[in-house]
Design a protein around this ligand. Sequence first.
Ligand SMILES: [Mn+2]
Length: 352
Amino acid sequence: MLRLLASRCARGPGARGVARPAAGLRDRCRAPGRRASDAPRNLPPSSEAVARPVGVCSMMRLPVQASPEGLDAAFVGVPLDTGTSNRPGARFGPRRIREESVMLRTINPSTGALPFQSLMVADLGDVNVNLYNLQDSCRLIHEAYQKIVAAGCVPLTLGGDHTITYPILQAMAKKHGPVGLLHVDAHTDTADKALGEKIYHGTPFRRCVEEKLLDCKRVVQIGIRGSSTTVDPYRYSRNQGFRVVLAEDCWMKSLVPLMAEVRQQMGGKPMYISFDIDGLDPAYAPGTGTPEIAGLTPSQALEIIRGCQGLNVVGCDLVEVSPPYDPFGNTALLAANLLFEMLCVLPKVRVV
Ligand SMILES: [Mn+2]
């Protein structure tokens, strides 16, 4: 049975039973650049041919492979939660997101994006983190991501708590120089330390500033809110030149105009998307480590990510999904969809 599914999930036009675009559509959807039009690409199996609960639990049931060689983009899990300050459980995020991703289909009719007709995509599995040592986990994540970006592969990360974005951005900046950052979150994650420790999920972006990994004039933080220990909790961010967009400035509004400004700010230079699921309201995303009331809506999340189409996105993450706090799986379902939307805005994705 495994072999049967493997063949149905296999890459290429010869894969029997896999719903592929009609020849005419495929011809119109040829990816630009190095790949020949008829070169085989991975394609998630359609539920018309392969029953949804069938298969190894990879992201979108894509093939799992160990090497990033030959990939344009890849889903990567980082199952770490020992940087979490409150509710634990984000170590289970990648698996739960993969599980819910069986609902995802291959085309984005809202935007016209055809990611799997444009890019070679796979699931690279998980980074083997050290649950008992955050410093060592950061080293392991940094090393893993250096290999991924060196291969020319754009990583789409399934977190994991927000600590992981620090070593990921180390790898990004090594390849691209300081990057712009679109950061959706309830919190700025720019604390200096807690309990005497400089590395946990509240500090990644201060560490990134200190190591000059960010192009601070192209950093935007959206969805920020919550009670604080000071009356001016966003001063550090603003002093670095970040644009801080509070959740209350997003309430009951379309974020399309905001994203037009963000696009101007990002320009054509490399930028990274870091999406903390707690940016959304806990009514939609209860399964997370540090929830705050009155957050963004899922449709605003779509406006934010779709607003990145055409930007030079070099990597993305979706972090802080803690499945034990959402037994129904809707937080992970939301995360899986947002990761698909991120895939759909990668630079080489054709839009029809
Ligand atoms: Mn965060």
